[in-house]
Design a protein around this ligand. Structure first.
Ligand code: DX5
Ligand code: ZN
Length: 221
């Protein structure tokens, strides 16, 4: 699987189609959608109708990162919009079992997200049930923030815990990531990298993407 998940958060809506066109035919499998409700985080981004528009127009699979309170209310809308993977915050769900089940019973992959200051322990009860874990390397709410370096150690610790379960579970990291961070995170055991500003603000997106793959020494088999 392609390890780079471009995040559209920092793009102007007016540029979105043109920018997404630049990812077409470039070995990009997933687009990452940052959904913010103005409650779990201060800001509001976009909802399922944008997901549906992208799905109808482009061949990408979609990964929705729900930064919302009451994820179980939002999830059915994203399922109907055709999103393929859905993650929600452990901090937003006292009992994650209901939203996890909703996602998985619809045939989608379910992820749990952890803020930079939430102890890894918080995931322990759900480790046997999730398909992927999203470790935040910035505090959620905005694109373009600086990568928090301690995330590399957290990723290494989490990788050990995941491997200890003996189940396949992917480790995704999100926030402020450039190719150098991605290399260190991969050495620590991370699988997938959400990349917003570094890609979308690049002068030449295809070339920046190629350099990113080269730094990671990734190529499709
Ligand atoms: C932050 C979002 C991230 C982020 C990625 O709340 O979850 O997806 O915007 O963008 P950059 O790479 O700009 O941090
Ligand atoms: Zn995100």
């Amino acid at each position: 699987m392609n390890p780079v998940f471009p995040s559209i958060l920092s793009t102007s809506f007016f540029d979105l189609e043109a920018k997404l066109c630049q990812f077409e035919g470039r070995d990009v499998e997933f687009i990452h959608l940052d959904v913010m409700d103005g409650h779990f985080v201060d800001t509001i981004s976009f909802g399922p109708s944008l997901a549906r528009s992208i799905k109808d127009r482009f061949p990408f699979r979609l990964d929705a990162h729900l930064m919302v309170s009451n994820p179980e209310k939002a999830i059915p809308h994203f399922i109907r919009a055709g999103v393929d993977w859905i993650s929600f915050h452990a901090e937003a769900a006292a009992d994650a079992s209901v939203p996890l089940r909703m996602i998985q019973e619809s045939g989608r992959r379910a992820g749990l997200v952890l803020n930079p200051d939430t102890p890894l322990d918080r995931l322990r009860p759900w480790m046997h049930a999730v398909d992927y874990i999203l470790l935040m390397s910035v505090f959620p709410g905005y694109g373009g923030q600086a990568f928090i370096p301690g995330t590399v150690e957290r990723a290494a610790e989490l990788r050990k815990e995941i491997d200890g379960t003996g189940r396949p579970c992917l480790l995704q990291v999100d926030g402020g990531i450039n190719p150098d961070h991605a290399v260190r995170l991969r050495e620590a055991g991370a699988d997938l990298f959400v990349v917003g500003t570094y890609l979308f603000n690049a002068e030449d997106i295809p070339e920046t993407l190629t350099r990113f793959y080269n730094t990671l020494q990734w190529r499709r088999l």
